[in-house]
Ligand binder design. Structure first.
Ligand code: DX5
Ligand code: ZN
Length: 219
């Protein structure tokens, strides 16, 4: 995939979303990353179904929904109906014997199916599921909060997953999430990522559009 920036909604000002989304779209970002947290899988609570419904109707962006929730199977249908386009579940949040079925269920609903791993999960687990996924999301911070530092092992982890995908599913999107900014994005790109989630480095900047342009210029 052509490298893309996916601005992460978590870092936006929720009082005044529209101009921020228009700015990132005008700068070339067509994918919006939305973090859904349940206060159980991660120690934080963020946004959910009604917010996705509104954004699906009006944002004109592809909604990349990152489910940081336990037992996401309970909510796949609801997020699909709300208008999510890509649904990513966490490897650590789903019983191993249910994961294949869950990824297939997401695809059967006509969505892209994503699988994410936390920084301390062995990336080799991806191997068994790569063909069932349209997106792999490598977490490069412990999930739950924006504004954290990029995992020093992040690039090596991305490179290992790139090798797995080259073998098993070359068309699969390889996304990186956490601590992506003007200093870390080039290394993640060289390691093989092609979708770069960025929260603070986009919406934490005075001009979100300029921030997207700057990140894109590094790729
Ligand atoms: C963290 C979320 C990220 C977060 C990234 O759990 O998954 O998407 O918004 O924020 P930054 O880019 O600030 O590290
Ligand atoms: Zn995320």
């Amino acid at each position: 995939m052509t490298p893309q920036i996916a601005p992460s909604l978590l870092a936006a000002n929720f009082y005044d979303l529209k101009p921020q989304l228009e700015a990132v779209k005008a700068a070339g970002a067509s994918v919006l990353h939305i973090d859904v947290m349940d206060g159980m899988f991660v120690p934080n609570i963020s946004v959910g179904i009604p917010v996705i419904e509104s954004l699906a109707k009006t944002s004109g962006m592809t909604l990349d929904v990152h489910l940081m929730i336990n037992n996401p199977d309970r909510y796949i249908k609801a997020f699909a109906e709300a208008g999510g386009d890509w649904l990513t579940v966490h490897y650590e949040a789903v019983p191993v014997n249910e994961l294949r079925g869950l990824l297939a269920e997401i695809r059967d609903m006509g969505l892209k199916a994503g699988l994410s791993v936390k920084p301390d999960t062995d990336t080799d687990v991806i191997e068994d599921y790569a063909e069932l996924c349209d997106l792999i999301l490598i977490m490069t911070v412990p999930p739950g909060f924006g504004g954290q530092h990029y995992d020093p092992d992040g690039n090596a982890r991305i490179a290992r997953v790139r090798a797995i995908l080259d073998k098993k599913n070359p068309g699969c999107i390889l996304s990186v999430d956490g601590g992506i900014d003007r200093h870390t994005i080039a290394g993640a790109h060289r390691a093989g990522a092609d979708l770069f989630v960025a929260g603070s480095a986009v919406f934490g900047e005075p001009d979100a559009g300029e921030a997207v342009k700057e990140l894109l210029s590094i790729l």
